[in-house]
Ligand binder design. Structure first.
Ligand code: SAM
Length: 263
């Protein structure tokens, strides 16, 4: 993989059977796709393959995608992903504090790579099952797993599992699920506190916060107040708004734990 350079030609990628289903094929394929020159075209027949190519810098909406400039981080989720990708250490331990349908968990699995570990939490069994199924389908079950747990208990989880290099929160309700179950500051604020304290120096913490309705707006404001209070505590905080979107689009709050301890 390390020998691949821009312009290198890979004719066939073959994973011997005993190394299959451990994430190595995905890892190598990503290296190959990213090494491809700008303007390279690829055909992907299903949504998962198209999503994979987009993560590798390919653009396009149909089955034919072109490797162009990296897609702009023009929404909260893309922005959080770009931030984590920029700071995450491959081989590390990362946590998705709101598993939902597993898209962020899959992103984290690709980012930590086959030597890494990802733990995803959700209070809904439906979300846990959807995430584990997605990981299984994408051959990432050796790297990531989802469990039914409340992120308010993250402190205990870090005690058992170790310190993370990245933690992601994507607040709100489960897309395609019940709108009656959503994240609340009573749970997400203690979870953010625990995540920030456990985060390794140099680590990234992101929150995508929805602004819709009373609940979403109240939680967004609580997160902004929480992040603002970290000023001067070895923390870099960036808040991204997406004014080009109609209504009240989600915001991305990106925190970086500085390498040096706070004075
Ligand atoms: N990251 C997800 C994805 O990529 O599909 C989307 C997350 S969705 C917007 C928010 C999720 O948070 C829902 O599935 C919901 O069940 C979950 N949730 C709500 N309260 C929670 C809590 N206290 N602890 C853990 N998860 C919670």
């Amino acid at each position: 993989g390390a020998a691949l350079r821009e312009g290198a030609w890979v004719q066939r990628l073959y994973i011997v059977p005993e190394w299959r289903r451990r994430g190595y094929g995905t890892f190598l394929l990503r290296r190959v796709c990213r090494a491809g020159p700008r303007g390279l075209w690829a055909r992907a027949e299903n949504g998962a393959a198209q999503a994979f190519l987009r993560q590798c810098g390919f653009q396009g909406a149909g089955p034919v995608l072109c490797r162009g400039v990296r897609a702009a981080a023009d929404n909260a989720v893309a922005c959080a992903h770009a931030f984590v990708r920029a700071h995450l250490v491959p081989g590390g331990f990362a946590v998705d504090a709101t598993a939902g349908n597993g898209h962020d968990t899959v992103f984290l699995c690709h980012a930590v790579g086959p030597q890494g570990r990802v733990l995803a939490l959700d209070i809904q069994q439906k979300a846990v099952d959807a995430t584990n199924m997605r990981l299984q389908k994408m051959g990432l079950a050796q790297i990531g797993r989802a469990i039914k747990a409340d992120h308010a208990g993250l402190a205990d989880i870090f005690e058992k599992e170790g310190r993370p290099c990245a933690v992601m929160f994507n607040l709100g309700y489960l897309p395609g699920g019940s709108h009656a179950v959503f994240t609340t500051p009573q749970h997400s604020l203690p979870a953010l506190d625990a995540a920030w304290r456990a985060l390794l120096p140099g680590g990234a913490l992101t929150v995508c916060a929805y602004s819709g309705g009373m609940q979403g707006t109240a939680e967004r404001d609580a997160v902004l107040a929480w992040a603002g209070a970290l000023r001067g505590q070895g923390c870099k905080v960036a808040v991204h708004l997406f004014r080009h979107e109609a209504g009240q689009p989600p915001i991305a709050v990106c925190l970086l734990k500085e390498m040096r301890p706070a004075p």
